[in-house]
Design a binder for this molecule. Structure first.
Ligand code: NAP
Ligand code: MG
Length: 454
């Protein structure tokens, strides 16, 4: 049994059974058996079932959001957005089954056509930081393409995924098509990697575990999509709207208490405006409202667990805190928004993903220096560029090796645009118009049409 703890109060929310390796295998076999019928469901019927699933999520939105507030300490506003994102991603990919066409390619002596074939059983492994959206980005396109899905939520945050599985069944998805298996990564996740009936693993989590998953999948040449860590730069040029850049920078990194692979956790500021930027940033950081995540006014909740809080705190051991915001005392895994001026560019707080509300500020001299510093990391997930010079915005966007950039904004994820990482931030892309490619395999068929060919 896993005991689910409310990170804002440390109270027990409930206990959830842990799936054993044998139970995981049985679920994978059920998914394998459900696959032939699911792939044969007529496109319009599969589309209708996904729309019904989306409608069921919508009807349950307030409940799902409350579950996430209690389980993960997400602010109620964020949690509603996250449940709404599952609904929207289901609606978006519900349009896919009737559009999953191949191509007809001209060849002499016959007809050449391609098919987008589903893979079979797809396994989705989800981290604790965004339990609902990350689950949906995997299961919605996988199901739309005709695959069956087994999904393992993080041990710390299983509640919304379990509820989504109930909603899928209530919406009419056949038994075995979408199963949620709470339990340990080393048990359930490992069976996803090792069981030959699982044809693809979609993993979101740490780069360390992602590397192990990729190595494990290599044994069966099993397909993988990896969404891993980030150490993203927020690059602010002297010509930018500094007031806006400073007012928004805290939200670009402290949202979800910094437990976001897209967090802009390295602020790089052009040296000539560094002092002015810091003077504007300080009140913005003090203004972040940290507290009870169930309260509508709250902007940042607690960290996920006591051990994670200890890990985040360890990054401040040998560093200079410039200023920090506030956080409640008493029970709950609270951590105030913290701004650090690193001593050297090789400080751990600069090079490693903290995954908490800690941001570093470093100066740069010119455009080349900014791009060099932004790229001085093994990661390449997201980032922001603040400038009013269009040419510079484009040059720097092309220069930064990251999968998702925003100019004069910190937005990272829209479900209808592609999302994913370069370098050690991942492999493959999720969301957007091409996501079905990651859940299908191209089959090419040639038909001889010459006379007397039989
Ligand atoms: P994690 O430790 O890598 O865990 C992620 C998931 O993998 C959990 O469900 C975990 O199960 C499971 N797992 C652990 N060991 C496994 C194994 N040996 N085999 C199979 N599965 C295994 O990461 P986390 O601490 O939960 O999440 C934080 C990390 O995720 C950060 O580095 C963050 O950057 C990254 N992240 C990336 C993205 C992105 O889209 N790029 C999005 C969100 C988060 P347990 O619950 O049992 O540990
Ligand atoms: Mg972990």
């Amino acid at each position: 049994m896993t005991t689910v703890i409310n990170p804002a109060t440390e109270a027990v929310v409930e206990t959830v059974p842990e799936t054993s390796a044998a139970e995981a295998d049985a679920a994978i076999v059920r998914a394998e058996r459900a696959f032939p019928a699911w792939r044969e469901v007529a496109p319009a019927d599969r589309a209708r079932l996904l729309r019904r699933f989306a409608d069921a999520v919508d009807a349950d939105l307030a409940h799902l959001a409350e579950l996430e507030v209690a389980n993960s300490g997400h602010t109620i506003g964020n949690a509603r957005w996250e449940a709404g994102n599952v609904r929207d991603v289901l609606h978006y990919y519900s349009a896919a089954p009737e559009r999953l066409f191949g191509r007809q390619i001209p060849v002499p002596g016959g007809l050449n056509i391609t098919f987008a074939e589903p893979l079979g059983v797809v396994a989705v492994i989800v981290p604790w930081n965004f339990p609902m959206p990350i689950a949906g980005w995997g299961f919605a396109p996988a199901l739309a393409a005709g695959n069956t899905v087994v999904l393992k939520p993080a041990e710390l945050t299983p509640l919304t995924a379990l509820r989504l599985a109930e909603l899928a069944l209530a919406a009419g998805l056949p038994e075995g098509v979408f199963q949620v298996l709470p339990g340990r990564g080393s048990v359930v996740g490992q069976r996803f990697v090792d069981h030959p009936a699982v044809r693809k693993v979609v993993f979101t989590g740490s780069t360390e575990v992602g590397r192990m998953i990729m190595a494990g999948c290599a044994a069966q040449v099993k397909r993988v999509t990896l969404e891993l860590g980030g150490k993203n730069a927020n690059v602010i040029f002297a010509d930018a709207d500094l007031e806006r850049a400073a007012a928004t920078a805290p939200y670009g990194v402290f949202d979800n208490a910094g437990q976001d692979c897209c967090a802009r956790s390295r602020i790089l500021v052009q040296r000539t405006v560094l002092d002015r930027f810091l003077a504007l940033l300080e009140p913005a950081v003090h203004g972040v409202r940290v507290g009870d995540p169930a309260s509508e006014a709250t902007e940042m909740g607690p960290l996920i667990s006591a051990s994670h809080r200890a890990r985040v705190a360890s990054y401040l051991d040998d560093t200079e805190i410039a200023f920090r915001g506030t956080a409640p005392d008493g029970p709950g895994f609270w951590f105030p928004p913290t701004v650090v001026l690193p001593r050297t560019p090789t400080d751990r707080v600069v090079t490693e993903e903290v995954f908490g509300p800690v941001v570093t500020v470093q100066p740069f001299d010119d455009e080349d220096d900014a791009v060099r510093l932004a790229n001085d990391t093994p990661y390449g997930l997201s980032g922001s560029i603040w400038t009013n010079d269009v040419g510079r915005a484009l040059r720097v966007s092309r220069g930064i090796e990251a999968g998702n950039l925003s100019v004069n904004s910190h937005s990272s994820v829209r479900y209808w645009t592609p999302f994913g990482g370069m370098k050690q931030s991942g492999l493959g892309r999720e969301l957007g118009p091409d996501a079905l490619n990651a859940f299908t395999e191209t089959k090419n068929v040639f038909i001889d049409t010459s006379r007397g060919s039989h």
